[in-house]
Design a protein around this ligand. Structure first.
Ligand code: AKG
Ligand code: FE2
Length: 322
């Protein structure tokens, strides 16, 4: 049975006071052993979060619900969608994606009203700051100099890739037939999720068991992607997670992905690589990783890392021969 026992919750308000060492230790443990944690008092105002939630839910009702219901009834009736993709390979979600960095495309997303665009831009700016602050806390725990991770994410444009996936998981009468979102690890860096405070469904795999990520009002759920696993040389790991479709309630989820710039070169931080042990993780250009990821998202991450390691071996062999 899924449990929420001891899911790490970190009160960021404690970081400025006497309890900072204990809060940093909780964060270290969460990064090393969970790949996930939930933060409170993160500095994003409750008013802004309430506004984002109201507008996101309104937008779904006004613009997206009808289209989803058509998909839903077809999938339930025929066991596949309009393109013939079988239910087991589908996700019970209605989604749109907004990019913020290196340049925003929010004006190009159809059917968003101006107020919603403005609020999402404000929210994204806050999340960007929060992501960078969190990366520095990770640096501190890892013994890396301040700014190391944010710099590692900068490509030639000097910016990360930062975007938000806005999703609704409407009630599903057949959760046995279609998953909310199939199990995967996230490809990128650090992910900040504003999730519904009533309708649950997000689970992560810990020690072979699915654990619920508890809904908590005005919290932000944070998880680590594959790139942080590579840069930390496996000290921190990206963790499998999924969304289980619920029979009741429409789950809102706003996931913001703070990822490397597309041409950033990703490799284990030398300070975290022990010479004798040799490198366990590969070096690659982030865009190349993403090109592989999109084709294999719902599969294990290890073969993705392995593919780049064998490319490295091949090219060093060629250099040795030449
Ligand atoms: O909606 C969620 O709670 C999680 C979404 C997610 O894992 C993803 O989009 O990668
Ligand atoms: Fe994810």
């Amino acid at each position: 049975m899924a449990s929420t026992l001891s899911f790490p919750v970190i009160d960021m308000g404690l970081l400025g006071g006497d309890e900072r060492p204990a809060a940093m230790e909780l964060l270290r443990d969460a990064c090393e052993n969970w790949g996930f944690f939930e933060i409170l008092n993160h500095g994003i105002s409750k008013e802004l979060m309430d506004e984002v939630e109201k507008m996101t839910k309104g937008h779904y009702k006004m613009v997206r619900e009808q289209r989803f219901l058509e998909f839903a009834s077809k999938t339930l009736k025929d066991g596949c969608d309009a393109q013939g993709v079988k239910a087991e390979n589908l996700d019970w979600e209605s989604t749109f994606f907004v990019r913020h960095l290196p340049e925003s495309n929010i004006t190009e997303i159809p059917d968003l009203d101006d107020d919603y665009r403005r609020v999402m831009k404000r929210f994204a700016a806050e999340l960007e700051k929060l992501a960078e602050g969190l990366l520095d806390l990770l640096c501190e725990n890892l013994g890396l100099e301040k700014g190391y991770l944010a710099r590692a994410f900068r490509g030639s444009k000097g910016a990360p890739t930062f975007g938000t996936k806005v999703s609704s998981y409407p009630p599903c009468p057949r959760p046995d037939l279609v998953k909310g979102l199939r199990a995967h690890t996230d490809a990128g860096g650090i992910i900040l999720l504003f999730q519904d405070d009533h309708v649950s469904g997000l689970q992560l795999l810990k020690d072979g068991e699915w654990v619920d990520v508890p809904p908590m009002r005005h919290s932000i759920v944070v998880n680590l992607g594959d790139q942080l696993e590579v840069i930390t040389n496996g000290r921190y790991k990206s963790v499998l997670h999924r969304v289980v479709a619920q029979t009741d309630g429409n789950r809102m989820s706003i996931a913001s992905f703070y990822n490397p710039g597309s041409d950033a070169v990703i490799f284990p931080a030398p300070a975290l690589v022990e010479e004798e042990a040799g490198g366990t993780y590969p070096k690659f250009v982030f865009e190349d990783y993403m090109n592989l990821y999109v084709r294999h998202k719902f599969e294990d991450k290890e073969p993705r890392f392995e593919a780049f390691k064998s490319m490295e071996r091949e090219s060093s062999k060629r250099i040795a021969i030449a």
